[in-house]
Ligand binder design. Structure first.
Ligand code: ZN
Length: 324
């Protein structure tokens, strides 16, 4: 049984039935949190469509076609996942050119755009042309963690499939069973529902350092200690060099503020950071400070995903949090 069949059994069963009945739509949006199996289901779907010997509505996972899809080298399965903050018109145009190539007649073809919230407005409009003139046998799948950032015209023309997030405790327990530190496992499981990705985080020394740096910053912020501003450059920047590391750092800070808000209101919700002293100190702030603080962290994440550098986004954020 493949991982996606364990992670999203209901969706796999539904798509197996949809494909079996020949009712696959031309456009889907796979929406859900990180690690919920969106890309894995897209790959499963491509394998199911192209597999030479499907069994019980499932791809065999062993034939030449299945293997080519799994290796990412199947000519009829095109992935668009540029390592960039935004997906631009040219990226979509290149993909549409690929789409217009006439494959073997009756060929099933699958196009996947990962992280579709990164599509620029121009790229989304370019994509709309595909929705207006779908090519028979072709399915396009957008995966996204933020479907509300997609144009309403894109959302309304595709079927939106919402991926459920498994409980943090389940992922954490699986990591602890594999020998991960419980504290780091809880934090990692709060960031991603993907057991493999969470395990990689929980056992990564850099992740442990980044977590410690964020908690130190939270401690300084709780005291309105102005050295927090200096810590951004001396401590945070060296630990967050790549965009994924920077995004993760802001996500950790967001978890800290969410934990502090829950502590402040005595809400019995699972805490990413448990009863860490820095969180307890931050929870002493007023509810207004904590709520605007959390909103400011989320806003900084959005700015980072646009054209603002990590240093500029975090320095502005820390100033705002110190003054608020
Ligand atoms: Zn197969």
């Amino acid at each position: 049984m493949s991982t996606i069949e364990q992670l999203q059994p209901t969706l796999v069963r539904q798509f197996s039935q949809i494909i079996g009945a020949g009712n696959l739509s031309a456009a889907y949006i796979f929406a859900g949190a990180a690690g919920t199996g969106k890309a894995a289901l897209a790959q499963w779907l491509a394998m199911r469509l192209l597999c030479l010997a499907p069994k019980d509505g499932r791809p065999c996972g062993e034939c030449a076609e299945c293997r080519r899809v799994m290796s990412g080298n199947h000519p009829d399965v095109v992935w668009l996942n540029p390592d960039a903050k935004s997906i631009k018109v040219d990226d979509v145009r290149a993909m549409r050119q690929e789409m217009s190539k006439t494959g073997v007649e009756g060929n099933r073809r699958v196009f996947v755009i990962e992280g579709a919230e990164r599509l620029t407005a121009g790229a989304e409009n370019s994509l709309l042309k595909y929705y207006e003139e779908p090519v028979p046998g072709m399915t396009i799948i957008l995966t996204t963690t933020a479907k509300n950032q997609l144009l309403p015209t894109i959302r309304s023309r595709a079927q939106v499939i919402n991926f459920k997030t498994p409980p943090v405790s389940g992922v954490r327990d699986a990591l602890v069973a594999k020998g991960a530190d419980e504290r780091l496992a809880t934090i990692a499981a709060s960031l991603t529902a993907d057991p493999a990705a969470a395990l990689a985080l929980a056992t990564d020394e850099q992740f442990a350092k980044r977590t410690a740096a964020v908690l130190q910053l939270v401690n300084q912020l709780s005291k309105k200690d102005a050295t927090a501003f200096v810590a951004v450059q001396t401590t945070l920047l060296p630990l967050a060099k790549t965009l994924p590391e920077q995004t993760q750092t802001l996500a950790l800070l967001g978890l800290a503020y969410a934990d502090a808000l829950n502590q402040h209101y005595h809400i019995q919700a699972p805490r990413a950071f448990g009863n860490d002293l820095a969180i307890l100190a931050l929870a002493e702030a007023t509810s207004k400070q904590l709520a605007t603080g959390l909103a400011a962290v989320l806003n900084a994440s959005i700015r980072l995903s646009q054209n603002v550098t990590f240093q500029a986004a975090v320095e502005a954020l820390v100033l705002q949090l110190l003054e608020g």
